[in-house]
Design a protein around this ligand. Structure first.
Ligand code: EPU
Length: 417
């Protein structure tokens, strides 16, 4: 098992380029199953979760190949297997989202019940209820959902929570349904907008993405297309936090400021300089950060994925901060690990009270999920001495070469056994 070793104390400097969005690419890869021609995707991140999704598409019979390091060609015309294997759905929840496209295109799909994970229960009831409203018959037996529908019909669907995954999933299913689908109280994440743009580039009719109501006019067929995936706002946010926590001064190129407003706004409130330049986003900090309160919300609220790395800044900030996690019931597993480094975080239900300390010290720690790993890397770069981070496989799921990119910014970080 790999370990990341971080020696704290070096302010980051220089510039770093952001890769394509993981969460957008995952939805788009699943959506590519709807096409009856070749789909060419640009700006695809080279990360573990994408490899898992590509493996799944291949298993279903699609032909995929990387034509350059970040361009992926997918030919879904020969899909013949309509069953997703358990090992892949267990490994990555987003693989559940092939159910709708398979059902819409072939009238049948079998996908295992996805598990929970280290950030909460994560049920799929919104996905299932939406598909049922569209006329799908779905039952579960021996841990596998079997879904059938001669033809999906448009429907009016109201989501109890603005769930990103179910909004993306239902949009793809509705793209080939007969008639109009309206998804109310849906997610407005940039990744949802990107998926809508992708579907429209294949000939779909999706309107309203980026608001809390999306209307999809079903079409008979979707053709192949070429499409470039948006930059990853969460990777960009992680670099911004890394710059702030090391009191560095960096330029993040390729980041879309508009997608990052909630995080940049909190950085500003904490006393970090954020400047939009023609070349990219400059993030710089000199003094100690100020304590700030954060409430996670669906977009355009503060993203749950960023509360973990942000907590690393607040751990050393002047004053007491409160993070309220409104999206997942248990996304605080990293707290014990930060406390091993001398931080003072206390969880009370959905709140985490962070009393800023004067210094963090390096320690052996474990990242229990992707963003927890990112939080520990950030904390390690601010701590005195060496931090050894295990659980690197989680980090590899969502960050392309984070060690190399941080080295490029001058961080004293390496990876080994
Ligand atoms: N929910 C339900 N029922 C459902 C679906 C969701 O109760 O059928 C609940 C969830 O349990 C959660 C809330 O609704 O409490 C929001 O879940 P959402 O569906 O928005 O999350 P997701 O689509 O499963 C995506 C990202 C996550 C990110 C969340 C929130 C992908 C592949 N994953 O998950 O990304 O945290 O949206 O923005 O798009 C990450 O990148 O580290 C990550 C976990």
């Amino acid at each position: 098992m790999d370990t990341i070793f971080v020696q704290g104390g070096t302010p980051l400097a220089g510039s770093v380029r952001v890769g394509g969005s993981k969460n957008s690419a995952l939805g788009i890869l699943a959506g590519s199953l709807l096409a009856d021609g070749v789909v060419t995707l640009r700006n695809v991140p080279r990360i573990g979760d994408i490899h898992t999704m590509v493996e799944l598409l291949n298993g279903l019979g699609a032909a995929t190949r990387f034509i350059d390091p970040t361009s992926l060609e997918i030919d879904p015309s020969r899909v013949h297997c309509l069953e997703a294997p358990y090992e892949l759905v267990r490994k990555m929840r987003a693989s559940f989202n092939v159910l709708g496209p398979l059902l819409a295109r072939f009238g049948f799909a079998r996908v295992p019940v996805p598990g929970g994970c280290d950030i909460g229960a994560r049920p799929v009831n919104f996905h299932l209820e939406g598909l049922r409203k569209m006329g799908a018959h779905i039952h579960v037996e021996h841990g596998v959902y079997t879904a059938e529908a001669r033809k999906l019909d448009g429907a009016r669907i109201y989501l109890d929570f603005q769930s990103a995954g179910s909004t993306q999933h239902l949009m793809t299913a509705a793209a080939l349904a007969a008639g109009t689908t309206i998804i109310e109280n849906c997610a407005a994440e940039p990744e949802v907008v990107d998926l809508a743009n992708f579907l429209n580039s294949m000939g779909a009719s999706v309107e309203g993405a980026g608001t809390n109501q999306i209307t999809i006019q079903g079409v008979e067929r979707l053709h192949g297309a070429e499409f470039s995936i948006i930059p990853d706002r969460l990777e960009a946010g992680t670099f911004a936090i890394a710059a702030a926590i090391t009191k560095g001064d960096i330029l993040i190129t390729g980041a879309v400021e508009d997608h990052m407003r909630p995080v940049l706004n909190k950085l500003d409130e904490a006393g970090v300089t954020v400047e939009s330049l023609p070349q990219g986003l400059r993030v710089a900090a000199s003094g100690r950060a100020r304590a700030v309160d954060i409430k996670t919300m669906p977009h355009p609220g503060f993203p749950t994925d960023m509360q973990q790395p942000f907590a690393a800044i607040l751990a050393g900030a002047a004053g007491t901060s409160i993070i309220t996690e409104n999206v997942y019931e248990s996304r605080f597993r990293y707290v014990n690990e930060l406390n091993r480094m001398g931080a003072n975080l206390r969880v009370e239900g959905r709140n985490c009270v962070i009393t800023g300390v004067d210094r963090l010290t390096g320690a052996p720690v474990t990242g229990t999920d992707l963003r927890a790993g990112a939080a520990l890397i950030c904390a390690g770069m601010a701590a005195e001495g060496e931090t050894e981070i295990t659980g690197v496989e989680h980090i590899d799921r969502g960050y392309d070469n984070i060690v190399g990119k941080l080295q490029g910014l001058g961080a004293s970080i390496s990876r080994g056994e």
